[in-house]
Design a protein around this ligand. Structure first.
Ligand code: G
Ligand code: G
Ligand code: MN
Ligand code: NA
Length: 254
């Protein structure tokens, strides 16, 4: 309850911040997207990572207004990078189950895109596999309405839930993100390599782009390149950084 009240205050006092992690084209090394990752800048606790407060925000329903803030802030940042000529690539926003359950989600997204001026193609929604599989019919309906706006949809943490890729394909999905736990040991463990390589091939046969998460070494990247994985994200390219630091990084690349 203490944390819940602090979260409520944080929302009023604008104490949330977004960090961004670049998504990099495996073949060209070009930055082709940014994932927005929420942090809470707490006076008492310092910079708090999302896994420490999102579950509480979920339970209390506070994730709905917090998630709305995230969507607005991420779209505004992407539009700022775009108008500054720094980046023309999608920003990816994580959606929680509670947000996804809001029947007005597509309307909210349309409104935020209009307010910020960000073209819909430069917004990507990340939903976890378990979230979309919970109520497939309903998910399909909401995702179709979101997709109709022209945005991109990614399935996050792929491999950690219980769904088949073939089933997931019934949804209007553009990308699959292979969970970090499956990428971690691809260099040392042949079985892990076989799984990741197979997921990439299967996703491609279903015309989905693949993002590998948690890439930390050149050896991992070399394998991903060999398997023709499309995009990677991870400490190898950059940790998640505050928007201003990403701006500086992008300006340095120009
Ligand atoms: O950045 P970090 O590794 O600490 O993120 C941990 C988890 O928190 C990630 O799995 C991510 O999906 C989730 N997360 C990060 N930002 C957000 C957000 O804005 N909304 C929701 N619902 N989850 C987020
Ligand atoms: O949404 P998702 O659960 O995928 O969030 C990604 C999380 O993973 C972020 O919290 C981010 O800080 C973390 N992360 C990103 N890149 C790496 C990496 O290369 N290694 C590890 N261990 N964690 C990472
Ligand atoms: Mn994510
Ligand atoms: Na993930």
């Amino acid at each position: 309850l203490v944390i819940e009240n602090q979260l409520r205050q944080a929302l009023e006092q604008q104490a949330f911040v977004l960090h961004y992690q670049p998504q990099v084209d495996v073949a060209s090394g070009e930055i082709v997207g940014m994932e927005a990752l929420l942090r809470w800048n707490s006076p008492e606790r310092g910079l708090v990572p999302p896994d420490r407060f999102i579950p509480i925000a979920e339970d209390s329903g506070l994730i709905v207004p917090i998630g709305e803030w995230v969507l607005r802030a991420a779209c505004a940042q992407a539009q700022a990078w775009r108008t500054a000529g720094l980046l023309e690539a999608p920003v990816a926003v994580n959606l929680s189950a509670r947000q996804f359950d809001q029947s007005k989600l597509p309307e909210l997204i349309a409104q935020v895109l209009e307010e910020t001026g960000l073209p819909a193609r430069l917004l990507e929604l990340e939903l976890t596999e378990s979230l979309v599989m919970r109520d497939p019919e309903r998910s399909s309906d909401i995702l179709n309405r979101c997709k109709a706006l022209g945005l991109q949809i990614a399935v996050d943490d792929f491999g950690t839930g219980y769904s088949s890729l073939a089933y997931l394909r019934r949804f209007p999905i553009d990308r699959l993100k292979i969970d970090r736990s499956f990428i971690k040991d691809i260099v040392e463990e042949p079985d892990d390599a076989a799984i990741a390589r197979t997921v990439v091939a299967m996703a491609h046969s279903l015309r989905l782009a693949v993002v590998a998460e948690g890439v930390e070494s050149v050896a991992q990247l070399r394998l991903l390149r060999e398997w023709q994985c499309d995009i990677y994200q991870g400490f190898l390219s950059s940790r998640p950084l505050p928007g201003e630091e990403i701006s500086a990084l992008l300006a340095g690349l120009r």
